[in-house]
Design a protein around this ligand. Structure first.
Ligand SMILES: Nc1ncnc2c1ncn2[C@@H]1O[C@H](COP(=O)(O)OP(=O)(O)OP(=O)(O)O)[C@@H](O)[C@H]1O
Ligand SMILES: [Mg+2]
Length: 371
């Protein structure tokens, strides 16, 4: 078994598994509402992945574009152009990469930016590719520069320069590669250098899912898990999942636990509500820390603006945790505003906490008018 064969196992399927960079290092490992995959759930996730494009829920635009690219390639009998999938964690990039290979009936090779330490690692992978193979490079924005340069050439000219020998005696031998397709995935498209981005013939950007799409995701997952899910429970789970299928599937599994251990076995509305109360995920998908941040902002700091580090100290968390794990969703949902003078509570924050915004010149609403 070669080094790269190992990457076919389930552990490598989520990218984070490839180099051991799980959510552990991000400071919020136990959070049920984190969009990142948690190492123990990889197998559960793999079991819930849709296998074909027709089973992939939502992302209509990307799905249409992709099916066109795949059909055209099939009609021409050639490997399709290189494809880049970008978007926030948990929205289906890895899933789509696997679907692309399945739809092409092509073998799939999986690796990731951080797993390729040296250009030689990439040369070894490239030179062993078979014709038509799909090479999935997760977290492609984390490729080292020399590997990145080797990849440009391989993608454009289907050629790799293999260096033989060392020092002054080293020679580089060009090796022709069979046609293959690179599928890159990134959560940070902005970090990709333009020359690399330009070599992708298709760029699909995944966006957050609408509630009815997440309902469909949990309905399908319930069938796969062979559990009885009532419609109102599906709606409840979907509405608390932050637009993210990974979170929807995770909440579904926790509701299943509750229903099987404390309920009737059926995933009904009371089971969904009770399970999510136990796990402190509220109606808008906010968890304990999200609410603590809003409560500190509205309570102790009277709506702000307040500096990020002060806010972090107030909730007993690292500044980075608040900035990267808590704020993006609060900002996206219109609970929190990032202003030049610090963080401020939006009217929705007061409303969500069941509080009255303070009136007068220091009140939240009048203050917002000043930005
Ligand atoms: N459109 C979809 N339909 C059904 N299930 C989906 C869909 N998108 C994602 N999922 C489910 O969500 C889980 C996470 O998806 P996936 O691993 O593909 O996300 P990702 O974008 O690769 O995330 P990351 O950036 O963390 O690697 C999968 O287990 C899959 O079952
Ligand atoms: Mg992934």
């Amino acid at each position: 078994m070669s080094l790269h064969d190992e990457e076919f196992d389930e552990q490598g399927f989520d990218g984070q598994g490839v180099d051991g960079q799980g959510v552990d290092g991000d400071g919020r490992p136990e959070s049920l509402t984190s969009p990142e995959s948690l190492p123990p759930e990889r197998t559960a996730e793999a079991a819930l992945r849709p296998k074909r494009l027709s089973e992939f829920v939502g992302q209509q635009v990307v799905r249409d574009q992709l099916s066109l690219v795949l059909d055209a390639a099939a009609a021409r009998g050639r490997a399709p152009e290189h494809m880049l999938l970008s978007g926030p964690p948990g929205l289906g990039k890895t899933t789509l990469a696997m679907i692309i290979a399945a739809e092409l009936s092509a073998p799939l090779r999986i690796t990731s930016g951080p797993a390729i330490q040296h250009a030689g690692d990439l040369a070894a992978i490239l030179s062993s590719l078979d014709e038509g193979e799909v090479l999935f490079i997760d977290e492609i924005h984390r490729l080292a520069r020399p590997a990145e340069e080797m990849l440009y050439i391989a993608m454009e000219d289907f050629r790799v320069d293999v260096v033989v020998g060392k020092g002054v005696g080293a020679t580089s031998i060009p090796l022709d590669l069979p046609p293959f397709t690179v599928v890159g995935a990134t959560t940070r498209a902005g970090l990709l250098p333009a020359p690399l981005r330009d070599r992708f013939g298709f760029i699909g950007h995944l966006d957050f899912y609408a509630p009815h799409e997440l309902e469909e995701v949990v309905r399908r997952s319930a069938v796969r898990l062979e559990v009885d899910l009532e419609e109102r429970a599906a709606v409840e789970i979907a509405s608390r999942s932050r637009g993210t299928p990974r979170i929807a599937n995770r909440l579904l599994r926790r509701v299943r636990d509750w229903a099987q251990v404390r309920g009737s076995g059926t995933l009904d509305l009371p089971a969904a509500q009770e399970a999510l109360r136990v796990y402190e995920v509220d109606q808008r998908g906010l968890d304990r820390l999200d609410r603590a941040v809003l409560a500190a902002l509205c309570g102790r700091f009277a709506g702000g603006p307040v500096g990020l580090s002060t806010l972090a100290v107030a909730v007993g968390e690292e500044t980075e945790t608040v900035e990267t794990m808590v704020e993006p969703y609060l900002v996206r949902e219109g609970f929190l505003l990032r202003t030049p003078r610090g963080r401020a509570a939006a009217p929705a924050a007061w409303e969500h906490l069941g509080l009255e915004p303070p009136a007068g010149p220091e009140g939240a609403a009048p203050m917002l008018g000043r930005f």
